[in-house]
Design a protein around this ligand. Structure first.
Ligand SMILES: [Zn+2]
Length: 376
């Protein structure tokens, strides 16, 4: 029998479907790593964790609903997820929760985690907390966490180390060590470059075998000091995530230098974070091998930036050369201008961590990848 074009198409479609199904079954069966997607939400925060048991935790859902949601869902699809098991909203600033309803509309979220009531009501957060958010968690589970709580995951130790300005009292395994940076450090007060919600952030410590990482949400320098001093309850980490978009109101030496990350991945935007003072703190951190960034930052200029292969996203308005001088950071606070976003394709930085502590970081824009062998 001769196949007509329609038959060809159907046969091809069937073959592809079977192939795709077997491929995804294969990748599921074979996942042995803890995979972490640091997603571009334009100077907001969204980080998706996928465990070897295919359990998933999303830390924040970015800003500006639609853009963030589609980028988060793309990462979830790449990971082969059919649901998100836990969605932590670190705090109620728009760059951390605005994508949540959009994500939930496309992929079921089973458990919504946060620090409890907002410390800084404003009209947008109010609407989210009274209407949008309850409509989501009433169909699922709602968990208010406190410092010391664990998120139940098979094979991954996930501990909340701070929430609602309360810090863990009992160190995590490997923590409870002296912090030599505390005695000479005077924490600045929080205002005016941070929001009242920043220090309320839900902060997490995550261990997978020998691999260790933290995400502190937007904890301010004052909150970092309260968490990390006089003793360091966390110990050291392989990867430091978040960094409050690389802004100066966070990222003190009592946190970064004491945690001694081998790799830091900054969720900055093109005009948000990456200022010289922060870059100096990171680059002088003992044991740091590389800083990876979500975006080229005009605030770093050429003087303080990292090589482009470590940066996931470009600017819409590409200049032939990056100016050497850093631009001054725009003023922050409630009346700040909106952070610019780029319109082209968005890329993530992916970490794949092995149980033995070795991990690989990949820049999805240029395919650059680097493996950090465990030396412990
Ligand atoms: Zn933020």
């Amino acid at each position: 029998m001769q196949l007509r074009p329609a038959h060809y198409t159907r046969a091809l479609f069937l073959a592809l479907t079977v192939f795709a199904a077997s491929l995804s079954a294969q990748t599921h069966a074979q996942r042995s790593t803890l995979d972490i997607y640091v997603i571009d939400v334009e100077g907001g925060n969204a980080v998706l964790f996928v465990t070897p048991a295919d359990e998933s935790v999303l830390i924040d859902s970015g800003r500006d609903g639609v853009i963030s949601a589609s980028r988060i869902v793309a990462a979830a699809k790449d990971a082969g997820l059919s649901q998100i098991d836990h969605a932590i909203t670190t705090h109620y600033d728009g760059d951390h929760y605005e994508g949540l309803a959009g994500v939930a509309a496309q992929i079921p979220i089973k458990d919504y985690i946060d620090h409890g009531p907002s410390a800084q009501p404003n009209p947008r957060a109010e609407q989210f907390l009274q209407e949008t958010y309850p409509a989501l968690y009433n169909r699922a589970k709602h968990t208010i966490v406190k410092a010391g709580d664990k998120i139940p995951l098979a094979g991954v130790d996930w501990r909340i180390v701070a929430a609602a300005e309360n810090m863990i009292k009992v160190p995590v395994p490997g923590g409870g060590i002296p912090n030599p940076y505390c005695s000479s450090f005077a924490p600045p007060s929080d205002a005016p470059t941070s929001t009242v919600e920043d220090p309320q952030s839900v902060a997490s410590f995550i261990a997978f075998g020998k691999f260790r990482t933290v995400h502190f949400g937007d904890l301010t320098q004052k909150a970092e000091f309260e968490l990390m001093c006089p003793k360091n309850p966390i110990g050291t980490v392989d990867v430091l995530l978040g960094l409050h978009h690389g802004q100066m109101s966070s990222n003190s030496i009592v946190a970064i230098h004491a945690l001694r990350p081998r790799v830091a991945i900054m969720n900055n935007g093109p005009m948000k974070g990456g200022e010289p003072e922060v870059m100096k703190t990171i680059h002088s951190s003992p044991g740091l091998e590389d800083l990876w960034e979500m975006h080229f930052s005009a605030l770093s200029g050429q003087e303080y930036t990292v090589p482009g292969m470590f940066i996931a996203n470009l600017l819409d308005d590409q200049q032939p050369t990056m100016p050497i001088a850093p631009k001054p950071a725009p003023p922050r606070g409630p009346n700040r201008p909106p952070d610019p976003l780029h319109n082209g394709a968005a890329y993530w930085i992916k970490v794949s961590a092995q149980r033995n502590g070795t991990f690989t970081v990949t820049n999805s824009r240029n395919g650059f990848t680097k493996t950090y062998e465990n030396e412990k």
